[in-house]
Design a protein around this ligand. Structure first.
Ligand SMILES: Cc1ncc(COP(=O)(O)O)c(C=O)c1O
Length: 459
């Protein structure tokens, strides 16, 4: 947020304050007010110890700044501090949450559904697997070896057996192995990852749907990362088909705090069958008094939740609706285009190895060397050299079978290869891909000439 944004915020605050003018004058005493400025400066000093996530040269993990409208609406909402557990605690923001969640559901073609916001992707997946367990107690959860690591842990929490199915060479669940496992019965739910965390691979949903008609299981789409790519129209044909089928899943997890331009603390879980609401039924002797309308706490596992998060999401979707070819979708397409450009450059330079073209906006690469361990070491060195050039990448340990094109004379002395990973999820990455590429090349030269550099950034 910049100064101009703060001015907008203070104007909006005046509007909000005016709605409570009818109350007797009341000045809230702020304990410690005299030391506020000093403590705030100290907080800013502490916060300096961060990577520059907002900048396009931060091209490492899944991080992008929330849109200013989300930051402002969150701040505005926070002054009220509504609690979306019950209409008693967050009347306006509960309504905003219902509207914003309905817009997300309609992106997947759902008009009838049950859904709400939650803390994030892990919480959304937990609710999905918990409902799966309520509907089919004791049945097995299957997910690919490239699915998010929390599925196994969540299964333990909800006391369901969990098994992994190896991924294929594209990082997608291996269909043959999946069917082989399904034939042995006992499977309750298959987690279909619509954009894996490491490589952005999209599991083949249409084929898994065909298996469902044969073997009858629930499908949970973990679209925490990839869900918004449903809006794009120029994905690779099989990826496009997978997203076109997402509405056939029984439940969908999607994270507005990843690609939806929201601050952390904003996940979303959707169920196709509103009747699953019965599993949430409970008595709360202290809430749900002011209205017979649905209180969000009646259909969520968490109790207190920030209404400010709903205000932020609602405002963002009002400014940038979730429409195909809209500004929001164009931003996603720009990140994807940046990833494809970077991938093409890596491919054209024979010093690099890449596993496969990015399905979404995540690029994986490493340097050729005489062995997997030598390549892995080089990845770590490039990671550091790039950071000293203010380019922030990430690292990922990936199984060798994702690299079908490893040079035949490369010694396979490790089972996993440490690669560089770059999530190009900001629209600005599109304009910065040349700079990113130049810094990658310069970092490779640094490592090859063993010239340590020190960041231009003052600490
Ligand atoms: C596919 C996928 N699922 C689930 C999660 C967990 O989400 P969160 O970190 O919001 O809990 C992630 C996080 O990166 C993810 O990529």
């Amino acid at each position: 947020m910049n100064r101009e944004h703060f001015e907008l915020l203070s104007n909006a605050l005046l509007t909000l304050d005016r709605s409570f003018e009818y109350l007797p004058e009341f000045k809230n005493a702020v304990p410690g007010a005299a030391r506020l400025a000093g403590v705030l400066t100290a907080t800013a000093e502490r916060l300096r110890d961060n990577y520059p996530y907002f900048h396009p040269l931060y091209a490492g993990q899944m991080l992008k700044p929330p849109h200013p409208v989300a930051q402002l609406a969150y701040a505005l909402g926070m002054t009220i501090n509504p609690n979306n557990h019950a209409l008693d605690g967050g009347r306006a923001t509960s309504a905003m949450e219902k509207e914003a969640v309905a817009q997300i559901a309609s992106m997947f073609g759902w008009t009838k559904f049950l859904g709400h916001l939650c803390g994030g992707g892990t919480m959304a997946n937990l609710e999905a697997l918990w409902v799966a367990g309520q509907s089919a107690s004791g049945k097995i959860i299957l997910a690919s070896s490239q699915s998010h690591y929390t599925h196994e842990r969540i299964s333990k929490v909800v006391q369901l057996p969990f098994e992994t199915i190896a991924s294929d060479a594209r990082g997608r669940i291996d269909l043959q192995l999946l069917e082989k496992r399904l034939k042995r019965h006992g499977v309750g739910t298959v987690v279909v990852t619509m954009g894996t965390t490491a490589t952005g691979s999209v599991d083949p949903l249409p084929e898994i749907l065909a298996l469902r008609t044969k073997y009858n299981f629930r499908i949970h789409a973990d679209a925490a990362y990839g869900g918004y790519f449903t809006l794009l129209e120029n994905l690779e044909p099989d990826t496009q088909k997978a997203f076109a089928a997402i509405g056939e899943a029984d439940s969908i997890a999607i994270d507005p705090h990843k690609h939806g331009l929201q601050p952390y603390g904003c996940g979303c879980i959707l169920f196709k069958d509103p009747a699953v609401g019965r599993w949430y039924k409970h008595n709360s002797p202290y809430t749900y008094f002011t209205s017979t309308d649905l209180h969000l706490g009646e259909i969520s596992l968490e109790c207190s939740r920030p209404g400010a998060a709903a205000a932020a999401l609602w405002a963002t979707q009002k400014l940038l609706p979730l429409t195909k070819r809209g500004v929001f979708a164009q931003g996603l397409a720009q990140g994807r285009e940046a990833a494809r450009t970077l991938y093409d450059r890596l491919q054209a330079d024979e010093r690099f190895i890449t596993p496969f073209a990015p399905e979404l906006d995540i690029v994986i690469f490493a340097l050729r060397a005489e062995s997997v361990s030598a390549t892995s070491l080089l990845s770590r060195k490039i990671f550091e050299a790039a950071a000293s050039r203010d380019l922030h990448l990430a690292l990922a340990d990936l199984p060798l079978h994702l690299f079908q094109n490893l040079p035949s004379n490369m010694k396979r002395d490790r089972e996993a290869i440490t690669c560089l990973r770059s999530v190009l999820m900001k629209p600005a990455h599109f304009d910065w891909v040349d700079q990113i590429w130049e810094r990658i090349l310069a970092s490779v030269a640094d490592v090859q000439n063993s010239k340590p550099r020190f960041s231009s950034r003052g600490k």
